[in-house]
Design a protein around this ligand. Structure first.
Ligand code: PLP
Length: 394
């Protein structure tokens, strides 16, 4: 028996319709999309061209502006290193603005670039986990090249006001580029790279019921044309910006996942209702709980909660029948409390108790009821053996 899966921010199951769309490309349609001299190659090239159009359309971008990558980690690396290391920008700047709750693939890339002379400003977030457009604009320096702010957070689900941030940046400094990590929001929230003044945008298939190991980077083609220093050299694929034989089945899967993102117009309402029921169930039956991240502008399936006097990792061990996480999968090997929860102003002891719930397309109402009863019982069991909780109640 597999546990009930409520970790949809770490990854999502592949939608069976996406799998069906991919299968022929593991079989008879095995061609290399760069082989133009025969039918197998042209079939693959055609599939990639169609996929590029589908994914670009979701961003209201033109197809040629999209590069396929191995996922959002690579896209974030290519966007940040590509701009900072591009000879075109070397004379105009050496500074980047980002925020405290970004994914590690942004924060660690900035750290790596710092050893090569980059300076960067990390903006704090408010108690809801948001940065304000005015704060972003105020952080711009004469030598700022780029701002990188995520669309939706992977731990607390907070949605940043990306359009307002983009417009605030361009109003203050039209030459500063704007990168958005949209790994959690792509296909779930509307994105328009033009209206939101986005120059670079990272996305990933496996957060949207697609396969792992494939994603894309949108690179604005004009006004302004964004220049990137290539990070993977080779055959000159993807307009010279990302060499390597394309992952044709993965790219077909990304496009299918994008198409099916809108096949059920009620999906987001249904997921929101399940998430709200989960939150109400836990909050009504347990004392000493706290919901992390603002109530408005939160991803539909996200719930992140602290349970006073209950270590998050211990709680997960207590409910093996539910698949949950204490924070981001990428940092869950560490014993440090989540830097995202701490950025909200939560003290480290309480941050240690944070648990992330991710409701998704395949979650049922009975999954939620079973999760509520299992969690309530587990929290009560752990608190019964906790001296800290007992003295708090006295
Ligand atoms: C998952 C995630 C990433 C990394 O994406 P991969 O495709 O797994 O490399 C980056 N940013 C955010 C916000 C994510 O949720």
């Amino acid at each position: 028996m597999h546990p009930i899966y409520l970790d949809n921010h770490a990854t999502t199951p592949v939608d069976p319709r996406v799998l069906d769309a991919m299968l022929p490309y593991f079989g008879s349609r095995f061609g290399n999309a760069a082989s133009r001299s025969h039918l197998q190659g042209r079939e693959a090239e055609q599939a990639v061209a169609e996929a590029r159009a589908v994914v670009a359309n979701e961003l209201n971008a033109q197809a040629s502006a999209l590069l396929f990558t191995s996922g959002a980690t690579e896209s974030n690396n290519l966007a940040l290193k590509g701009v900072v290391q591009a000879p075109w920008y070397a004379r105009s700047g050496d500074h980047v603005v980002s925020c405290a709750t970004e994914h590690k693939s942004v924060l660690d890339t900035l750290k790596a670039l710092e050893t090569k002379g980059l300076r960067y400003t990390i903006l704090p977030v408010d108690t809801d986990g948001r940065v304000s457009p005015a704060h972003v604009a105020a952080a711009l320096e004469p030598r700022t090249l780029l701002v990188s702010i995520m669309h939706a957070n992977n731990e607390i689900g907070t949605v940043h006001p990306i359009g307002a941030i983009g417009r605030a940046i361009k109003a203050a400094r039209p030459d500063v580029l704007f990168h958005v990590d949209a790994a959690q929001s792509f296909g779930k929230l509307p994105i328009d790279v033009g209206a939101m003044a986005i120059d670079l945008l990272s996305l990933s298939a496996h957060k949207l019921y697609g396969p792992k190991g494939v994603g894309a980077l949108y690179v604005r083609p004009r006004s302004p044309r964004v220049r990137l220093a290539c990070q993977i050299h080779g055959g000159g694929h993807e307009r010279g910006m990302r060499s390597g034989t394309l992952n044709v089945p993965g790219i077909v899967g990304l496009a299918a996942a994008t198409r099916f993102a809108h096949s059920d117009p009620e999906e987001s309402t249904r997921i929101t209702a399940l998430r709200d029921r989960l939150q109400d169930g836990l909050c009504s039956q347990l004392q000493g709980v706290r919901v992390n991240g603002g109530a408005d502008a939160r991803l539909a399936g996200n719930l992140n909660m602290c349970f006073a006097c209950v270590d998050g990792a211990e709680l997960l061990l207590e409910v093996p029948e539910i698949a949950l996480s204490t924070g981001s999968a990428c940092t869950s090997g560490s014993l440090e409390p989540s830097y995202v929860i701490q950025a909200l102003g939560v003290a480290p002891e309480l941050a240690h108790t944070a648990v992330r719930f991710g409701v998704g397309r395949f979650t049922s109402a009975s999954d939620i009821e079973r999760c509520i009863s299992a969690l309530v019982a587990a929290v009560q069991r752990i608190r019964e053996r906790s001296p800290a909780w007992t003295s708090r109640q006295a």
